[in-house]
Every structure is written in structure tokens, then in C-alpha cells.
Design a protein around this ligand. Sequence first.
Ligand SMILES: N[C@@H](CCC(=O)N[C@@H](CS)C(=O)NCC(=O)O)C(=O)O
Length: 274
Amino acid sequence: MTQLEPIAIRTTRPAVFITIPLSHYCEKARWGLDRLGLPYREQAHAPLLHRLATTGKSVGGTVPVLLHGRRSLCDSTEILRYADACFGGDLLYPREAALRAVVEDLVLGFDKELGVHSRRWAYAHLLAETKLLRAVWAQGLKPLQASLLPLITPIAVRLVRSGYRVTPETARRSLDRVNAVFRGVAAVLADERPFLAGNRFSAADLTFAALASPVLFPANCGAALPRLEAVPARMRDEVLRLRETAAGRFALRLYLNERRASAPTAHVSSGTIG
Ligand SMILES: N[C@@H](CCC(=O)N[C@@H](CS)C(=O)NCC(=O)O)C(=O)O
């Protein structure tokens, strides 16, 4: 794995990385930060309470948000581009223009399609499992936020259901969309290339694997996913099936070979109200 010395950022204090630990978009950004070794301190939030930290920073108050020096990056792709640039570029985003355009295109496509549909499908199974969800949402929180979870969970469940339009019908359609993305990825990989764009790992591979994590539950994943054994059988069966597809195997291989653990400076702590 390529690792450059972070010359440009050595003097800056660790970035603040605002997350909901279950979020796969947060996992996407976290993977980039970990891979490049950009020092950060993760500030974990319960859903709803994250708004206290993100409102006025990101469009719609979403996570992840990265605060670094005077910069605030409010979207997972922006964070990947920024981290890459901090280390001189050409690590997650190829310097060569045509190849970079391919990577940008793939990332955008996964953001808009895979990320939305893998999340909706996963929530369709998890929203009914209130106890499990609450335990997952509690991971990484400081005691005050964790103590508010019993109060917040029923409201957050309702908001997630309506905000992401989670119904049995939309969940079925979302699974179809995930399957279609997986087929597309399998088609790209059919010539036995090792990565999606060019012959080395890029933001495209990272984004695919991270945004597929809610349907694959990869070992090594930095998101606070429940244990696969703890989820409803119908969800588990589908995860096991997707893991056996060519794209599923590819994502699991990326997690195994390309996802190293969080940097030693990184740790989950709670947010401003914790
Ligand atoms: N385009 C954004 C999407 C981020 C996103 O949808 N984040 C979700 C968590 S997975 C979120 O913040 N949801 C809570 C909210 O909308 O307030 C990115 O890539 O960062």
C-alpha cells in the first residue's frame, strides 16, 4: 500500500471527523483518512443529535463532516479528494486526467445509486429491530449522548423511515438496484482487472466497497455494523448471497487487502454535547 509522508499537514492539529458511526458514507471517508494517514479525531453522534454538530456546515446537515484547520469538508467525496490532495494527489485519484475522469464518474455513480439503495435496504430490515439498532447507534458515543438514546431511538426510527422512504416495496426495489450495480461492477471486472479503474486501488474501489458494506457486512469494516448473526434471517441470507457474487467477492477482497485499521491518532469520541 502506498504511504507518503504527510508533509503538508504535519503542523496542523488532528482533523475533527463528525460522524454517525453506522453510516456507510462516513465509513467511506474514514477509509480514505485511514489509508492516507491523515490524523483525525472522530466525533461520534447519535442520529438527530448529529445535527447539533453539522447544521450550517453540510448541505442538509448530513455526515460525514471533516473540520481541518480552517477548512470544512461536508461530503464524503469532498473528503476523499481533500485527503488525496493533502498528500500530493495521485493516491486515491489518479493524476492522469482521463483516468481521473473515470474514477470521478464511478464514485459519483456509486454515491448516487449504491449508497442510497444499500442503506434503504439495510434499514428496511433493521428498523424493526429497535434494541439491536439502539445498541449499534450507541457505539462510540459518550455517556450523555448514549443516555439519551432510549428517548431518541423511536423518533429517529420514524425519521429514518420517512426520510429514506423505507417501505417493503421500496426495499424490494432498492435490492434490485443494488443487484444491478453489482452486475455492472462484475461486468467491469470480467476482463480480470484487479481494480475498477487502472491497475491500482483508487477512490472508485474504496467507494464501491464502503457503500456496499450495508449489504455485505465485511470483516474489517470501520462502520458500526451489527454482527451478521444478530440480524434477521432474511437479511442475513441475502447478505450471504451477495457475498458470493463476483462484485461481492471483489468488495470483500478490497476490505481484506486495502482497508487497514484506523490510524493510532484516530479514536471515537463524542460530540459537542457529549
Ligand atoms: N452525499 C453525502 C451523503 C451523506 C449522507 O447521506 N449521510 C447520512 C448518513 S448515511 C446522513 O447524514 N443522514 C442524516 C441526515 O440526513 O441528517 C456524502 O457522501 O457525504
